[in-house]
Write a protein that binds this ligand. Structure first.
Ligand code: NAP
Ligand code: G4F
Length: 360
């Protein structure tokens, strides 16, 4: 039975990857860090699985990595998905982001070398954020691929670049089978609630549930919707009695373009990279790009709201000191060499997330 270690198993991708590897009959060692609250919500369904084991380790603490790897020195595949992964947060906590997102990767790679774990294959979660402001251009399109130069725009992206170069160094310098997936944004119902896609779908779900609860409580009244500066107000059409209100959705820059795919599709790409004889770096993306405004269009359309402008407030607190304006990947290498392709369309992704947030 093949054995895999997943650093960051409690995160969105870690939980999808654990599902995939368990399906493939791996023994999975899922690594979580110590927390005062339960962080296993996304992997709760794996608890009790005979091939799944949870281990405690923090990637900023080399001794804890060494301990873990010594205990599992027969490991076949090591996936580093652990990170302080929020770009906006990285501007407020740059040093911490560096320690986790940048140095954490080095800590794992060097521990592999120190322990002589050269049989194990390594995956690093690199990011399209590394391209930052840069893209390549033909007459008809703008895109990023494996050859596009990095021009990072945040402490997060700079830490990811450092880790990415570290992977190449340990591959070439120490002969480790280390690959990096340059993944473009990927989302789904397990996405953290402060990333823009999930923030939108969660708000839509909560708003519709709230509206239904007002309707249920005031079944005999004709209800009118009024838009105030910060809130959506429900009142009785005839008496103007206040029946309830809901805060508007507060967002930052709505003009940025992102290449959004489904996380469940992307973890397949990670696994495929480690099945290759030769380690390498691959872009994983859909090849389509949409603005946040377009995401809003589709999400609000799912609940039959055609114009979202009255429901959204643009709030300067969500603007970043530096922005990544345009991300659109080119996935030919992954298609050709790995046989990977995305299976979920943009519209299917948004609908999947809205449907989930309407139910929960
Ligand atoms: P996520 O949901 O934020 O998950 C991050 C994981 O890292 C969580 O399990 C977190 O644990 C863990 N972690 C944080 N600090 C740690 C530490 N010091 N030691 C050990 N574990 C630690 O991120 P994701 O969306 O699944 O992304 C997975 C990886 O891919 C990240 O490295 C991210 O930067 C990268 N990436 C993501 C995307 C995307 O669009 N999702 C695109 C490109 C690259 P807690 O649960 O305790 O917080
Ligand atoms: O959803 P976001 O926070 O994702 P971002 O910054 O693109 O980063 C994500 O994808 C990267 C891959 O490219 C990963 F490496 C990284 O770990 C993370 O998963 O923001 C997307 C866009 C930005 O342009 C942001 O300025 O949405 C804009 N935005 C507008 N209003 C907002 C908001 N972002 C957030 N988080 N919250 C808002 O209210």
């Amino acid at each position: 039975m093949r054995k895999a270690i997943i650093f960051g198993v409690t995160g969105q991708d870690g939980s999808h990857l654990a599902d995939l590897l368990l399906e493939k009959q791996y023994k999975v060692i899922g690594v979580a860090r110590r927390s005062s609250v339960d962080t296993t919500e996304r992997i709760i369904h794996t608890s009790g699985h005979p091939n799944f084991m949870l281990a405690l380790c923090d990637i900023t603490d080399v001794s804890s990595i060494l301990q873990l790897l010594k205990e599992h020195d027969d490991v076949d595949e090591i996936y580093n998905l652990a990170a302080q992964s929020h770009v906006a947060v990285s501007f407020n906590q740059p040093g911490y982001t560096w320690d986790v997102t940048g140095k954490g990767c080095l800590n794992i790679l060097q521990s592999m070398v120190d322990l002589g774990l050269t049989q194990a294959r390594f995956y690093q979660a690199s990011s399209s954020e590394m391209f930052g402001k840069n893209y390549d251009e033909t007459e008809s399109e703008k895109y990023q691929n494996e050859e596009t130069k990095f021009l990072p725009q945040s402490p997060y992206a700079i830490a990811k670049c450092a880790a990415h170069y570290m992977v190449r160094l340990y591959r070439e310098g120490y002969g480790i089978h280390a690959s990096a997936g340059i993944l473009f944004n990927h989302e789904g119902p397990r996405r953290g609630e402060s990333f823009v896609t999930r923030k939108i779908t969660k708000w839509v779900g909560d708003f519709i549930k709230y509206k239904k609860s007002v309707r249920k409580e005031y079944t005999l009244k004709v209800i009118e919707t009024k838009f105030e500066e910060d809130r959506i107000v429900f009142e009785c059409a005839s008496t103007k009695e206040h029946l309830g209100s809901f805060p508007k959705l507060r967002l930052g820059n709505l003009e940025a373009f992102r290449d959004w795919g489904y996380a469940g599709d992307y973890v397949r790409g990670m696994w495929m990279m480690l099945q290759q004889d030769i380690p390498d770096d691959y872009v994983i993306c859909t090849g389509e790009t949409h603005t946040i405004k377009e995401f809003l269009d589709v999400a609000f359309n799912c609940v039959d709201i055609e114009d979202w402008s009255n429901f959204v407030v643009q709030d300067p607190q969500y603007y970043r000191p530096a922005e990544v304006d345009y991300l659109r990947g080119y996935n030919e290498k992954a298609k050709e060499k790995l046989g990977w392709r995305p299976e979920t369309s943009f519209e299917e992704l948004v609908k999947m997330m809205v449907d989930h947030d309407l139910k929960t």
